[in-house]
Design a protein around this ligand. Structure first.
Ligand code: DX5
Ligand code: ZN
Length: 221
């Protein structure tokens, strides 16, 4: 399956987001990763729904929305998404996850389910029919610039194996958090498909976005 790059907009130059988006288009980025945080599910507040709807108007790159919010079902209808966008909620963020995944499916976009480092992959076993993408968090969510947790590679490998066993091998696995060049290469070999790129590999002080994206693509080959 083709490896995909998802640029984490919270790491972009927020004082000139349009320029960053245009450069990401030139770099051939596959998704724009938009982190939405409520200050409660994670102790941080970042990008919001108005930004999602504004970004939709200025680029054709599909959105990869990462909702780190409690009770995401309350907010699903605040975003104008299309069929190629992914709306990802956290397994840990709501009691009736199945119902919320159904709401997202009915919206017509792709569904994502994220699991924090401590959440077993097995927990999603009965929900696979509702999930297009499994987001295996490689850090505890909420902040950029963290270090990948020690069991990340083993967990991605296990996730790929379980998805095969459950006959849903076409489900994409995304990884998010400290996806550096070496971590990207290792996680790709473990079976990851989509790589959320932030301060570890894409938004760097000494390299353009285009060059950084090229370098990352090279390690996936
Ligand atoms: C983590 C965020 C990501 C990512 C940022 O909650 O969802 O956007 O960590 O990239 P890094 O980890 O490379 O700074
Ligand atoms: Zn994220």
């Amino acid at each position: 399956m083709k490896k995909l790059l998802s640029a984490s907009l919270m790491c972009a130059d927020l004082t000139n987001l349009i320029a960053s988006v245009k450069e990401l288009e030139k770099a051939g980025i596959d998704y724009l990763h938009i982190d939405i945080m409520d200050g409660s599910f994670v102790p941080n507040i970042t990008l919001g729904f108005d930004l999602v709807n504004a970004i939709k108007k200025v680029t054709d790159i599909p959105l990869d929305i990462h909702m780190m919010v409690n009770e995401p079902s309350k907010f699903i209808d605040r975003m104008n998404l299309s069929e190629n966008d992914i709306l990802c909620i956290h397994y840990e963020s709501e009691i009736h996850i199945h119902r919320t995944l159904e709401m997202i499916k009915n919206k017509g976009c792709k569904t994502g389910l994220a699991i924090n480092p401590q959440t077993p992959v097995e927990n999603i076993k009965h929900l696979t029919d509702y999930i297009d993408m499994l987001l295996v968090m490689t850090v505890s969510p909420g902040f950029t610039g963290q270090k990948m947790f020690m069991g990340a590679e083993k967990k991605v490998k296990e996730a790929r194996k379980l998805l095969e066993e459950w006959s849903c091998s076409d489900m994409l696995i995304e990884v998010d958090g400290n996806i550096s060049l070496p971590n990207g290469r290792k996680l790709s070999q473990c079976g990851a498909d989509i790589f959320v790129l932030g301060t570890s590999a894409l938004f760097l002080k000494d390299k353009t976005i285009i060059d950084a994206a090229e370098d990352f693509k090279a390690v996936l080959e």
